[in-house]
Design a protein. Sequence first.
Length: 89
Amino acid sequence: MVKIIVAYLIIINTIGFFTMLIDKRKAEKKKWRIPEKNIFFIAAIGGSLGAMIGMYVFRHKTKHWYFKFLFTVFLIAHMLILYYFLFKK
């Protein structure tokens, strides 16, 4: 079970990271963008760390307080859930 959770988190956080990269590149080229609700959905289902890292690496959406706030809330929730699954007795 733990291996499945870890594999899932690696995959979804990679998706979150590259979602921020793709949206940044599209913004620079003035093309169609990834909707914010989709970015938040990826973060909510486990990709918060990857999305947050991508946000700062690519300097994308860093001026929007709600991205910083929600990514942090999601990350804390995910850490608590992961702690529960790894250390429950």
